[in-house]
Design a protein around this ligand. Structure first.
Ligand SMILES: [Zn+2]
Length: 320
């Protein structure tokens, strides 16, 4: 019999990803699909992708030890519910954990997508065994997962560390959460594109379009991109000031950009501010999981419960 797998379910605003991942974080199988608009269609598609992954596991003789599910918050972790994420407008009180447990016959675990990214980074992208790891994801939204002294910071309701919804600009752009001026309304992939169209007119563009134009020498796209990455840098510095991590990993679709284009976001050279002082010995880098980060993060939620390859583990709040 082959090594066991975790079934990984990553629920994003623009894509769904389902895969099989080993206890060492290696992806054995993966399928991605665009997220349908309706939750009923999304759940039907997730069922199809999950059944197909289970068939692959069976054909490979790989037992499925558990299911890890990652989704943007807010979530009810105790009851395994997706409550009402601003980036998944049709999802309201969806019992995704029990649905996937019933479908697979294996225990299922739900975690905020950025918290899942932090767990995956701690387990499998952490060669120096840092005990304090912050993960920042920048895609349709902006999320943050925080591990302090080997324990995931979840807060009283399980929805702490929502870096994306801290007001960056007082009275600024409207955010999907209902507030104005949130970090997410400026530096998410969606907002980077929207702000460019607002400033320059013309059709809607994506953050990827702007990165491509910047790489090709378009000066206005380049200036907008660099300003966006500098804003993101200030946001990461805010997280460093708050949580004093040893390792910050940056993930999400926006961070797929060319390394030179991402550099202003990762620049922690001395430009003043508290983060210079607390940031000594700090490592800030792009996640090593690349485009697999969704399924690897979801799988980490399961392996953290079942037991990952080398025995490392992040404590969860109810155990702390
Ligand atoms: Zn917001």
């Amino acid at each position: 019999m082959d090594a066991p797998a975790a079934l990984a379910v990553d629920i994003g605003a623009t894509k769904l990803a389902v895969g099989l991942v080993g206890s060492d974080g290696r992806v054995q199988h993966q399928e991605r699909a665009a997220s349908p608009r309706r939750v009923s269609e999304s759940l039907a598609l997730l069922d199809t992708l999950a059944k197909r992954a289970l068939d692959v596991a069976e054909a490979q003789g790989r037992p499925v030890s558990g299911v890890g599910i990652a989704c943007g918050g807010p979530l009810d972790l105790a009851r395994g519910l997706v409550l009402a994420p601003p980036n998944l407008p049709d999802w309201t009180c969806v019992p995704i954990r029990d649905r996937m447990a019933d479908l697979s016959g294996a225990p299922a675990y739900l975690q905020n997508d950025a918290g899942a990214g932090a767990i995956a980074s701690y387990l499998w992208d952490n060669p120096d065994h840092a005990a304090d790891v912050t993960y920042v994801t920048v895609s349709s939204g902006v999320g943050c997962g925080v591990i302090l002294d080997r324990a995931l910071m979840t807060g009283h309701s399980g929805n702490g560390s929502e870096l994306g919804h801290i007001p960056l600009i007082y009275g600024g752009r409207p955010c999907k959460c209902g507030q104005a001026g949130c970090v997410e309304a400026y530096v998410s992939g969606t907002s980077i594109g929207e702000r460019y169209a607002e400033a320059h007119g013309g059709p809607a563009v994506t953050a990827h379009d702007i990165a491509d134009r910047a790489a090709q020498g378009d000066n206005s796209a380049r200036a907008h991109w660099i300003e966006s990455m500098q804003m993101l840098n200030r946001v990461i510095r805010a997280a460093v000031d708050l949580f004093d991590p040893a390792l910050v990993c940056l993930g999400g679709g926006v961070t797929d950009a060319d390394a030179a284009l991402l550099a202003p976001a990762l620049d922690f050279g001395g430009t003043g501010g508290m983060s210079d002082a607390v940031g000594r010995g700090l490592s800030v880098r792009r996640t090593g999981f690349g485009r697999d980060s969704g399924v690897v993060s979801a799988a980490a939620v399961a392996w953290n419960e079942i037991g990952a390859a080398d025995g490392r583990r992040v404590a969860l709040r109810q155990e702390v």
